[in-house]
Ligand binder design. Structure first.
Ligand code: FES
Length: 157
């Protein structure tokens, strides 16, 4: 059985087998997720689980504590999906560096079709409820893996 995994805020999706670690499937399919050790030891692959359920394989508490797991964080390198998943990558990357969305000072949004601006903006607004950062939005001919949107962000402490 396979499950769909959606990564926010880009919205990129890919499929993962029930017993396959999410990160391994992402790498195999050319999906850019952060990682370091690929073995549950470093915490670099930590994401927030927005929807769905995973089973974690062996990992170190310094990479993912019981409190973090209870709060909905997952280590994609040792997490196997049990349902379709929605993962929030951006907030997790910021959190692992002691920052929040409030530390973002600038974003660049790349859309395959500028007609999707309103849809993208609806989701985007849920990330920046107060004082959104400066943003540039452009339409591009093609994005990696033919995704519809890619967003880069600059955060400052
Ligand atoms: S990549 Fe190191 S804990 Fe997942």
């Amino acid at each position: 059985m396979t499950f769909n995994v959606t990564v926010l805020p880009s919205g990129v999706t890919f499929e993962v087998d029930r017993d396959e670690p999410v990160l391994a499937a992402a790498i195999e399919q050319g999906i850019g997720l952060p990682y370091g050790c690929k073995d549950g030891a470093c915490g670099s692959c930590k994401c927030r689980l927005v929807e769905g359920r995973v089973i974690h394989g062996a990992h170190q508490a310094k990479a993912l504590s019981a409190e973090e797991e209870a709060a909905g964080m997952v280590l994609t390198c040792v997490a196997a999906p049990q349902t379709a998943l929605v993962l929030d990558n951006l907030k997790a990357v910021l959190a692992s560096n002691g920052m929040t969305m409030d530390n973002i000072v600038s974003t660049s949004v790349f859309l395959k079709d500028l007609n999707d601006f309103a849809k993208m903006n609806t989701v985007y607004a849920t990330y920046f409820k107060v004082a959104p950062p400066a943003r540039a939005t452009v339409e591009v001919a093609r994005l990696p893996r033919d995704v519809k949107v890619e967003i880069s962000a600059i955060a400052v402490r």
